[in-house]
Design a protein around this ligand. Structure first.
Ligand SMILES: [Zn+2]
Length: 447
């Protein structure tokens, strides 16, 4: 059994922003003490929405009042809302009027809004988690929509995180399953980081890798406990999500936690996707992306890239202008039509670099393939774990067709400057084969 507390202690020693992470059963009442220890003499702005107020906010409010902390509350009344910068501005206006430390009581959205508002006001902040639902609690990036475009804005991670595992375990099961999928997403994301590392575009940061990846398999090994809402299992999941955020703090990048699988979710967010009239959770969308990238890895690992014809691929490698044109065409009806163009311009490599990258893949393939297989679970294994945990097992579970997933894949390849496995496929001239392997005849998502 892994000593998670020791792992957290080691991770916090390296974290740039987060200094305190307390999790355990029935610890909500310690919130005022933690606040006073870490923000002595400060006032508090407690931020929650209708759901998180009931889950923990009201109690936190009364504990703070009882402890004599001067505080105000900012409650969002909407049933359902996204992390849009206008809401962060609302919190900011409150901070102007009432200079204080934001205390985000909630999960993804409330945390992201407070993270940005605190950063813009140059104050630290505290999180009281209400669900083990996303990986962004402890990361420095706020996932925010600005003028319709979903982006990660570099801020500061919370200084203090408190997670009462009884509160987490009482969250709707779907939220916990979503967090499970978001943590499991690190499995293929790690494989894609290994590719970027081999290419030299984003080398693996050993400290960040150690914090998250060494213990990741153990942290997602209990889908039954997740489905049952067992506080200990949900607590371990939350610790995993927090460690993934700390790994991001240490790497100064979201690379440890996010690659192609997250981009499927970003696409759905940016186009306002709903299913049965409801926005789908980050974790569920990422979960479907995760299954897709696991399936891509299965196809990739069937190939023998030691046989790749490097010169032929380099010969076919398009010029930047062609790639920009392709991106413009693909994104022409997308809400942010410049996105593909901007990102491909950042990530484009010239022929010489592509030659070197392909030679590295070719010359190291047999060993590298084994390493990738060790890191990335097969589609079947991941799908089975998701099925047990109550996470989606196919695109239809979030109201997306297989054809749409296939269609989205062309966007995903271009949507972010970060090298992903689809970029490897483009360079190696096997992109169509890879996509066909998953969505074509006989593929796991034949359409
Ligand atoms: Zn995520």
């Amino acid at each position: 059994m892994i000593d998670f507390n020791a792992r957290i202690k080691d991770a916090l020693a390296l974290a740039s922003d987060t200094k305190v992470f307390q999790f355990g059963e029935d610890i909500l009442k310690h919130a005022p003490d933690l606040f006073m220890e870490n923000f002595p003499g400060k006032k508090a702005l407690i931020v929650a929405d209708g759901n998180t107020w009931g889950a923990a906010g009201e109690k936190v409010w009364s504990y703070f009042k009882g402890a004599g902390i001067e505080c105000r509350k900012h409650l969002f009344g909407m049933e359902e809302f996204h992390a849009d910068s206008i809401y962060s501005d609302e919190i900011g206006a409150e901070l102007d009027e009432f200079p204080s430390i934001p205390v985000a009581v909630g999960s993804g959205v409330i945390n992201d809004l407070c993270k940005l508002a605190a950063f813009r006001h140059n104050v630290p902040y505290m999180v009281v988690a209400t669900a083990a639902s996303v990986d962004g609690y402890s990361s420095s990036g706020a996932s925010i929509t600005v003028d319709g475009a979903k982006m990660t804005i570099e801020c500061k991670a919370p200084k203090v995180i408190l997670a009462d595992t009884n509160v987490l375990a009482s969250a709707p099961k779907e939220m916990t399953a979503a967090g499970y999928a978001d943590l499991a997403a690190k499995i293929p994301a790690g494989g894609e980081w290994m590719i970027a590392d081999l290419f030299g575009t984003e080398p693996i940061v050993p400290e960040a890798w150690k914090i998250l990846y060494e213990i990741l398999p153990e942290m997602i090994a209990d889908p039954e406990g997740i489905a049952a809402g067992n506080p200990e299992s949900v607590g371990i999941l939350f610790a995993g999500l927090t460690l993934s955020g700390i790994a991001m703090q240490v790497a100064h990048s979201s690379r440890p936690a996010s690659c192609a699988e997250h981009l499927y979710s970003h696409w759905l967010d940016m186009t306002g996707h709903t299913f049965n009239g409801k926005l789908q959770s980050h974790g569920f969308q990422v979960g479907v992306g995760t299954l897709t990238t696991c399936a891509f890895f299965d196809e990739l690992l069937k190939m023998d890239l030691s046989e790749i014809d490097v010169e032929a691929c380099v010969e076919k490698w398009p010029a930047l202008e062609e790639e920009q044109r392709r991106a413009r065409e693909i994104f022409k009806d997308f809400p942010v039509s410049e996105l593909g163009y901007t990102e491909i311009t950042k990530k484009y490599n010239d022929k010489e670099t592509v030659r070197r990258q392909l030679e590295l893949i070719k010359n190291n393939w047999h060993e590298f393939k084994k390493e990738l297989r060790k890191q990335v679970y097969s589609f079947d294994k991941m799908q089975n774990m998701f099925s047990i945990a109550g996470a989606p097992t196919c695109p239809e579970d979030i109201g997306v067709t297989r054809n749409q997933m296939r269609y989205l894949t062309d966007f995903v390849q271009l949507m972010r400057w970060r090298i992903n496995m689809l970029d490897l496929a483009k360079r190696g001239c096997f992109y169509d084969r890879l996509v066909d392997g998953v969505f074509g005849k006989g593929g796991v998502w034949e359409c």
